[in-house]
Design a protein around this ligand. Structure first.
Ligand code: HEM
Length: 407
């Protein structure tokens, strides 16, 4: 130890700094390629992490788009990222080059949450493009189809949920209220019916905790610290760090596990009541087959990936009134229905949303039920709902007040 004089320490520190800088430059060498998209200058080690606003990623991307164009690059720690905006670039990537863009990066954060190697970490949404994703996507589509046609069809479930939603709106007796939480509970109940075969009353304590934890987990997923740990996974080895930074995520997974465990009581000769039963039946069938992706680690479906679809859906060059409810967007000169190419809320290409038919049915039944029963207005003195969505992994409407007066 005596040999470590001030001079030696200084030399070691300098050598360490030079080594780290060289390592950093090596990770950033893709930027030197001639056709690499432009982007903000990254800092050593952190890249552009400190220059991004994770509270409002959409706004931040729009600003960068104005500066660097539709296709720009970012450096998130040592991970190079290219952000695509606008119809042409997104279509080219998702549809024309679907084979090259349908993969998903490894998700170390999800492994930390208990997704083991056999799940390949991520259900369907985050699964790498390959046999596991194909097997899981096929299973989801055929199970969804069978529930649509089953004894009690999905349509009946959604209609009953719409009636509960209308009843909860009627309870407000025309007074101003925040509809966001009721709307989330109603759409979550459709997923709960599908996956667990039951709905939760809107005032159920357990449902309330599940929703709060989900909201928290989604916020955490798009936070600065999530990006840091995702890009520098070695930090996940620091005992307790991830649990301290994201206390909600493990609690949310534990609640889902409880719901799954409640399903294990079904007699094997009974038909599956819901998605979880159907999945557990596949797990039983796949026992002893190490190739199969049907294992309980995979039952914890992952969350979703970000694509800047808003840059197309709100493009003023493509839509006459992108921020208004304007049915003429979907009508041709003769008043016939048309689906514009730019209408891609469910994405496009191979990884397009597999819940689209259910989501459309839900939107249709919820809206028609609500509009038939109530007249809606903004309470006096309140601002109209903002057209600027809140970004927390998903884009959701900012809270707004509403009066629902029975017709
Ligand atoms: C209005 C409601 C919905 C919208 C706007 C929506 C939108 C999307 C989008 C944009 C993607 C692509 C994500 C990516 O780039 O990887 C996606 C994927 C997906 N969605 Fe939806 N979704 C909705 C409802 C649903 C529902 C109700 C379900 C479940 C039944 C669902 C299940 C999925 C799944 C499993 C994927 C991943 C597909 C894959 O990677 O192969 N979605 N969704």
């Amino acid at each position: 130890m005596g040999l470590l004089t001030g001079d030696t320490l200084m030399t070691l520190a300098l050598a360490g700094a030079v080594f780290l800088l060289l390592l950093d430059l090596m990770h950033r060498r893709s930027r030197w390629a001639a056709r690499y998209p432009p982007g903000p200058t990254p800092l050593p080690g952190l890249g552009n992490l400190l220059q991004l606003d994770f509270q409002d990623t959409l706004k931040c991307f729009n600003q960068l788009r104005r500066r660097f164009g539709d296709v720009f690059s970012l450096q998130l720690a040592w991970t190079p990222v290219v952000v695509l905006n606008g119809q042409a670039a997104i279509r080219e990537a998702l549809v024309n080059c679907g084979e090259d863009t349908s993969d998903r990066p490894p998700s170390h954060m999800h492994e930390h949450l208990g997704f083991g190697p056999r799940s390949q970490g991520r259900g369907v949404i985050l699964a790498p493009y390959g046999p596991t994703w194909r097997e899981q996507r096929r299973f989801c589509l055929s199970t969804l189809r069978s529930f649509r046609l089953g004894k009690k069809s999905l349509e009946q479930w959604v209609t009953e949920e719409a009636a509960c939603l209308c009843a909860a709106f009627a309870d407000q007796a025309g007074r101003p209220f925040l509809p966001n939480s009721l709307l989330s509970k109603a759409t979550s109940n459709v997923i709960a019916l599908l996956t667990y075969g039951r709905r939760f009353p809107y005032d159920d304590e357990r449902f309330f905790s599940l929703m709060r934890l989900l909201e928290r987990a989604l916020k955490d997923d798009s936070s600065f610290w999530h990006q840091v740990l995702h890009k520098v996974p070695a930090l996940l080895r620091i005992p307790g760090l991830a649990d301290k930074l994201f206390p909600g995520q493990k609690a949310f997974m534990a609640m889902l596990d409880d719901l799954v465990n409640e399903h294990k009581t079904r007699a094997p000769d009974q038909p599956p009541r819901d998605f979880t039963d159907a999945f557990l039946a596949e797990v039983e069938k796949a026992k002893g087959n190490p190739e199969s992706s049907f294992n309980e680690e995979n039952l914890r479906l992952g969350t979703t990936l970000f694509t800047n679809l808003s840059s197309v859906l709100k493009d003023e060059k493509l839509w006459e009134k992108p921020f208004h409810f304007h049915p003429a967007h979907f009508l041709d000169a003769q008043g016939r229905f048309v689906k514009p190419e730019a209408f891609i809320p469910f994405s496009a290409g191979r990884r397009t949303c597999l819940g689209e038919p259910l989501a459309r049915m839900e939107l249709f039944l919820f809206f028609t039920c609500l509009l038939q029963r109530f007249s809606f207005s903004v309470p006096p003195g309140q601002p109209p709902p903002s057209d600027h969505g809140q970004y927390a992994f998903l884009v959701t409407p900012a809270p707004f007040q509403l009066c629902a007066v029975p017709r």
